[in-house]
Ligand binder design. Structure first.
Ligand code: GDP
Length: 406
């Protein structure tokens, strides 16, 4: 009996052991199930990736060129790919080298003479007459008036030539031409100061305001002047205070970009005076030589214009006086342009005139009329749309071109 009991106990124990062991195995297996990462652990030792790097020469990894080469055809071992002609790298626009101002009128003289060809030919045909009677003098007068010299100035000029030829006795065509040239030069006030006041005084840059009717060529002139200044070694800030014409600021920025000048602009429609103020402020901070401010020229009415330009000028003057106020005039507008110009001279203190588009009119006599009627020296003339088609005005060279009959 005792034996039976022991046998039973042994059996029970064996049974229990049989139950526990599989459970333990399952338990081990249970824990391993989620660790799917396990296999990868095994992988490292298996896959000997370590050997790859040594194969791939470690130097190649860091070299930058490796990347594009690999990116191209990893299969092509041929090295032409790395030849990589720099695929138009960063667009750094090359700065232009503006033409020096000295002698510009000589280059542009041919253009001026061409546009004034009819005028010159007409005058010379008259001066070459064998007989000079009242009618011939009248014809001379008419030709000058047609060329926009203005009635009063023409009368004075012709009267002087007539008087001199009388004193001189019989004058040849050549003599008469020389006399006429003298009188035209005299009418252009050759002694007037035509220097552009663009030199800084002390810490303050020279400030130039550019005013005029829309379309007269203000913005273009600002760009051309900036080039002239840069060509002469000056540093320039341009103020895009023509905030009414959407394209004006962009236009100015393009001009500036070409010579490396800085542009200060405001949002479209913003207050021109505040842009002008900021431009001068920037010029002072950056210690540039000259600040050129392009303004809007809406001729809505005199009061509006006065308010606008007056404010620009006042605000700019907070940094110091404006050194030069240039009035831009379109030569092709003739006497009408003169009337508009007069309004500007009443609103702001114009110190110099820029006569643009002289290449587009055969009426070069307008220069005389402008100077006479406004009493302000013509300082610069525009002879084309090209970037360097702006020249200092020189009365003698101008008259020579005017009387050129070739
Ligand atoms: P703004 O409205 O006064 O600023 O005038 P713009 O500067 O925009 O010029 C008006 C137009 O006149 C543009 O097409 C210029 O290229 C042109 N222009 C300016 N100056 C001259 C010049 O001297 N000769 C010629 N032929 N065109 C010019």
């Amino acid at each position: 009996m005792e034996f039976v009991v022991i046998a039973l106990i042994v059996l029970v124990l064996l049974g229990a052991a049989a139950l526990v062991v599989p459970r333990m195995r399952r338990g081990t297996g249970g824990t391993s199930t989620p660790t799917i990462e396990a296999p990868p652990r095994e992988a490292p030792p298996q896959a000997p990736p370590r050997e790859v790097p040594p194969q791939a020469p470690p130097r190649e990894a860091p070299t930058r060129e490796a990347a594009p080469t690999a990116e191209a055809p990893p299969t092509t071992p041929v090295p032409p790919a790395p030849v990589e002609v720099p695929p138009s790298p960063v667009e750094v626009p090359a700065l232009e080298k503006p033409e020096p101002t000295a002698g510009r009128l000589v280059r542009l003289r041919a253009r001026l003479a061409r546009s004034q060809n009819l005028f010159g030919k007409g005058l010379m045909a008259i001066l070459a007459r064998d007989k000079f009677d009242d009618e011939t003098w009248e014809e001379l007068e008419e030709t000058l008036i047609t060329a926009d010299v203005g009635v009063e100035a023409t009368r004075e000029i012709v009267e002087r030539v007539r008087e001199r030829s009388r004193v001189h006795g019989t004058a040849s065509a050549k003599d008469l031409r020389a006399m006429l040239a003298d009188e035209l030069v005299a009418a252009l006030d050759p002694g007037a100061d035509r220097t552009l006041r663009s030199t800084p005084s002390g810490d303050k840059p020279a400030v130039l305001l550019v005013v005029g009717v829309n379309g007269s060529g203000k913005t273009t002139t600002c760009g051309k002047i900036a080039r002239v200044l840069v060509a002469d070694g000056r540093s320039v800030v341009l103020g895009a205070a023509d905030t009414f014409r959407a394209a004006a600021a962009d236009q100015l920025a393009t001009w500036a970009g070409r010579v490396g000048a800085e542009v200060v602009r405001g949002p479209e429609g913003s207050d021109p005076a505040s842009v002008a103020y900021d431009a001068v402020k920037r010029g002072v901070e950056a210690r540039v030589d000259t600040v050129l401010v392009d303004t809007a020229g809406r001729l809505q009415n005199k009061v509006g214009l006065m308010d606008e330009l007056g404010k620009v000028k006042r605000v700019v003057a907070k940094h110091g006086e404006v050194d030069e106020t240039l009035l831009v005039l379109d030569a092709t507008t003739g006497q009408n342009g003169l009337e508009q110009a007069r309004v500007f001279t009443e609103v702001v203190d114009v110190t110099g005139v820029v006569l643009t588009k002289l290449d587009g009119t055969a009426k070069g006599g307008i220069v005389i009329a402008v100077q006479r009627k406004l009493g302000i020296p013509v300082k610069l003339i525009g002879l084309g749309e090209g970037p360097d088609d702006l020249a200092p005005f020189e009365p003698k060279a101008f008259v020579d071109a005017l009387l050129d009959e070739s």
